[in-house]
Design a binder for this molecule. Structure first.
Ligand code: TMP
Length: 212
């Protein structure tokens, strides 16, 4: 595919949305064709799956059902949004992707990295990001931000502190597994500094790898 697929990962409240929007503006100002999107969701059908996944009333959701729904939403989003835009040569900035499933469902829920990877191989047919930015923010810091910003809580936010600590731990393991693809940025620094760091990583990657 001609375009570039960049994903963003992190624990709750890591500031991904702001960082992605800032990067989009920077890229567009340099003439790049960019779309931003998110998981779960990012398209009409996938957003409906998102509603089921994040509905605070769905406390009885089985962990394998949950993993399958994230994979189903991913598949639909890939087919409807990501792949067509990559084929047009665009840069696709996606808030979360398969790494979230590996960490949240595979590690924190305890299904296992391998099993979750396997169902996602089926869903994605092996499509992986060219580059992933992990915004490193410890869960307690992220939740403090969420409370201060009065963001609505979703089903995953309601999980225990120990679940979110496992999510954090899972990301650390994943970073070690894929050091070439996943670039780590300290998300606890002031937001402007974080944005600058992310932009620098992306622009130096583009210089080396992307023919514009
Ligand atoms: P967000 O849009 O606020 O990041 O919320 C999405 C939530 O869904 C977040 O708690 C992470 C979780 N999630 C998973 O558990 N598995 C996944 O595969 C994805 C994409 C998200």
């Amino acid at each position: 595919m001609k375009g570039l697929f960049i994903t963003f990962e992190g624990t709750e409240g890591s500031g991904k949305t702001t960082i992605i929007n800032n990067l989009k503006e920077e890229l567009e100002s340099k003439g790049y064709d960019v779309i931003t999107t998110r998981e779960p969701g990012g398209g009409k059908i996938a957003e409906q799956i998102r509603d089921v996944l994040l509905n605070v009333d769905n406390t009885k959701m089985d962990k394998i059902t949950e993993a399958l729904l994230y994979a189903a939403s991913r598949r639909q989003h890939l087919a409807e949004v990501v792949v067509p835009n990559l084929q047009q040569g665009k840069i696709v900035l996606c808030d979360r992707y398969l790494d979230s499933s590996l960490v949240y469902q595979g590690y924190a829920r305890g299904i296992g990295f391998e099993k979750v990877y396997e169902i996602n191989q089926f869903a994605t047919e092996g499509i992986m990001p060219d580059l992933t930015i992990y915004i490193d923010v410890y869960p307690s810091v992220g939740f403090k931000r969420i409370n201060e910003n009065h963001r609505n809580q979703n089903r995953l936010d309601l999980e225990t502190r120990s679940f979110h600590k496992l999510v954090y731990e899972g990301y650390q393991k994943l970073i070690q597994k894929f050091p070439k693809r996943i670039k780590v940025v300290d998300g606890e620094k002031p937001l402007l500094e974080v944005c600058e760091q992310v932009n620098n990583i992306i622009f130096s990657y583009l210089e080396k790898n992307y023919v514009f």
